[in-house]
Ligand binder design. Structure first.
Ligand code: RB5
Length: 150
């Protein structure tokens, strides 16, 4: 299910491999959303967990409703973010995967593999993620079981 884009509070975080895409997507999102930028703020080498934990904290304490994380493969940021109980972080390299992560998994964090997709694709993925909604129904039970089993 996709609808008109509504206004969200969105947290962003990146390491050096995701810095440039974060900057470009920050500019895109600022037009319609309240955006919180947790860094990194230069292309110097950094450790992705230092930026992912603050973003995940913002999701957990509800300062942000959604987040987008950027690193080379998206694996590091996704693995780190998913350590947080309230985070459901999904890696997407196509817009359809991003939509399905919202529709079926109620993903609240989108992870972009910046070294494997071009910026235009990354923008399209982010736009589709924001335009998609959780479908509930049978997916509600499955999503609940993700943390019920912990
Ligand atoms: C940085 O070189 C790279 O390891 C990082 O961006 C990410 O791909 C880790 O999962």
């Amino acid at each position: 299910m996709e609808q008109m884009v509504e206004t969200y509070r969105i947290a962003l975080g990146a390491d050096h491999a995701g810095f440039e895409y974060k900057e470009a997507i920050l500019k895109m999102l600022e037009e319609d959303h309240e955006v919180m930028d947790f860094g990194t703020f230069t292309s110097s080498s950094v450790d992705y967990p230092d930026f992912v934990h603050p973003v995940s904290d913002a999701i957990e304490d509800e300062r942000a409703e959604l987040a987008v994380l950027f690193c080379g493969t998206a694996n590091g940021v996704a693995i780190t973010a998913n350590k947080h109980f309230e985070v459901r972080a999904a890696i997407a390299w196509t817009a359809e995967l991003a939509a399905l992560s919202r529709q079926h998994n109620d993903a609240n964090v989108l992870c972009i593999p910046c070294r494997f997709i071009d910026l235009a694709t990354a923008k399209q993925i982010v736009r589709r993620f924001l335009a998609s909604r959780f479908e509930g129904g049978r997916h509600e039970r499955r999503v609940r079981k993700i943390t019920d089993g912990c």
